[in-house]
Write a new protein. Structure first.
Ligand code: 13P
Length: 252
């Protein structure tokens, strides 16, 4: 039985003070509602310490949205995994489509970061997903297969316990256009089959696959009802407690 995993990717929103105030409100609301799914929030780097302080002792996980592929050194403007771990951050989102498209991140670069994160004992939410043009030209499976196998290259079966995959169709991110639960489930089933062929049925069955792309309080229940959808990676709707709480409590 896979435990539901709901995550909020704050992207480039929330100053440290706004993030701390928001986290305080979110924690109180989650505790009052007795949220019993796994919940994560990913603030921008500089906002992490303030949010981690507020969420200390709560079950809400604080994650980073990215990290560098080196342990330390002359990489101006970058953040190393050890720096995140020093803040108590043990989870990192990697391969988000915004990083792939705006910052040119390739599967091999994401793979280098993913292997370093795992070597450092961190958990990873690996994002994959196709553009509209790729979907409409019938290349969905080819794109997912290339991304999944490229990003997981040289990751061992045992290390897969640290990996969650987020399927985020690029055309559904921030557009208000969600994949239908059926389309999302089919893509998730395909990702699960890829993982089964790369590793084993057992690893594929235990893999948490989140859906991301315009998830909100109105569509979360239908998405989560699908066999292969185990969670959500939420952007816009994770920035308001009023919108995020009903996503965390979709099963109540
Ligand atoms: P939206 O929920 O705003 O579409 O963003 C999804 C996303 O990119 C989460 O990582």
């Amino acid at each position: 039985m896979r435990k539901a995993y709901i995550a909020g990717n704050w992207k480039m929103n929330m100053t440290p003070s706004a993030g701390a105030a928001f986290a305080k409100e979110l924690r109180a609301a989650a505790e009052k509602a007795a949220v019993d799914v796994k919940v994560m929030v990913a603030p921008p780097f500089v906002t992490i310490p303030a949010v981690a302080e507020v969420l200390k002792g709560s079950s809400i996980i604080v994650a980073a949205q990215n990290m560098n592929d080196h342990e330390s050194g002359a990489y101006t403007g970058e953040v190393a995994p050890a720096m995140l771990k020093d803040l108590g951050v043990n989870t990192v989102i990697l391969g988000h489509s915004e990083r792939r498209s705006y910052y040119g991140e390739s599967d091999s670069f994401i793979n280098a970061k993913l292997r370093l994160a795992i070597k450092e004992g961190m958990d990873v939410v690996l994002c994959v997903g196709e553009t509209l043009e790729e979907r409409e030209s019938g290349r969905l499976e080819e794109v997912l297969s290339t991304q999944v196998s490229g990003c997981l290259k040289d990751v061992s079966a045992a290390e897969m316990a640290h990996v969650t995959i987020a399927y985020e169709p690029v055309w559904a991110i921030g557009t208000g256009r969600t994949a239908t639960p059926e389309d999302a489930d089919a893509a998730h089933a395909y990702i699960r089959s890829l993982v089964a062929s790369l590793y084993s049925d057992d690893i594929a069955q235990n893999l948490i696959i989140q859906y991301g792309g315009s998830v909100n309080a109105s569509n979360v229940k239908a998405l989560m009802a699908k066999e292969n959808i185990d969670g959500a990676l939420v952007g816009g709707a994770s920035l308001s407690v009023e919108k995020f709480l009903p996503i965390m409590t979709f099963d109540k």
